[in-house]
Design a protein around this ligand. Structure first.
Ligand SMILES: [Zn+2]
Length: 268
């Protein structure tokens, strides 16, 4: 689940983790979108998550532009550094980061900047002994860097960076391209070269137009057949974590779990 459950009365990450556990879910993404937590809270979050056996992920602030001008890039790097530092304390498994805008750059030029900036960050973290991988997300709007192919290329070129597979974004960017189990299979097949032993997947319903993603909606209000994704996962026995980024956060997290269970039942 991405962030503190909506129906969790106490708006703290600590209670969010306990609530997540009580819903029978196994992972939570700590959001830095509305501000960073303190180092003390990061330590507390780690303790609670360990006790509840909840796997932690982190999401850096949304506005990141690693393809922008020098000032933009430096500001973005600073947000990523802070996110990585806290994620390291929390023992998070991946830090999800957004990419950047093409602006008036060619796609090729944007790619070069992305690779260069991620490499320099990766080298910094390596020196500091921070081992949490940076996860770059497939983005839903066509004006934003981050088609599935671009994300894969970056991961191939920058060792230690992993893809965050936001299936709703892929679906929206491709004008509703994920319809059948085979369509989801193609997504997994295309990242096979990266030889990952775990896939981080973001899920939500989504509305889109010719520019790609417009906004997130509950899974049942969107037209992406999530059950087909689950069938694909079960058939291949992929090691995955699914994070709900739906506007009805925990409801769709639980709904996704139900669909996954249903797919398992069907394929027994
Ligand atoms: Zn995101």
């Amino acid at each position: 689940m991405a962030g503190i459950p909506l129906s969790c009365k106490d708006r703290t990450n600590r209670d969010g983790i306990i609530y997540t556990k009580n819903l029978g879910l196994s992972a939570m993404e700590i959001q830095f979108a509305r501000g960073f937590i303190s180092e003390e809270e990061a330590e507390e979050v780690k303790d609670v998550a360990d006790k509840c056996d909840i796997e932690l992920f982190a999401h850096a602030p949304y506005y990141i532009n690693l393809t922008g001008d020098e000032r933009n890039v430096e500001m973005s790097k600073e947000k990523i550094r802070k996110s990585m530092h806290l994620a390291d304390i929390m023992g998070a498994k991946v830090v999800t980061i957004h990419t950047g805008f093409y602006g008036n750059l060619s796609k090729k030029k944007a790619m070069e900047r992305m690779v260069k900036n991620l490499r320099s960050l990766r080298n910094e973290f390596k020196k500091e002994g921070i081992e949490v991988p940076m996860g770059i997300e497939t983005m839903g709007k066509k004006e934003v860097f981050g088609s599935l192919d671009e994300i894969i290329e970056v991961c191939k070129r920058v060792h230690g960076v992993v893809p965050v597979i936001d299936v709703a974004h892929i679906h929206a960017r491709g004008n509703g391209c994920l319809k059948e189990k085979e369509d989801f299979q193609k997504v997994f097949d295309s990242i096979q070269d990266l030889k990952l032993n775990h896939y981080l997947i973001h899920i939500t319903g989504v509305k889109y137009d010719k520019g790609g993603e417009m906004y997130h909606v509950p899974i049942r209000k969107g037209d992406m057949p999530v059950i087909k994704l689950m069938e694909c996962i079960v058939e291949n026995d992929y090691n995955i974590t699914i994070i709900s980024e739906s506007p009805i956060l925990e409801h769709d997290a639980v709904y996704s779990q139900i669909l996954l269970d249903r797919a398992m039942e069907m394929l027994k």
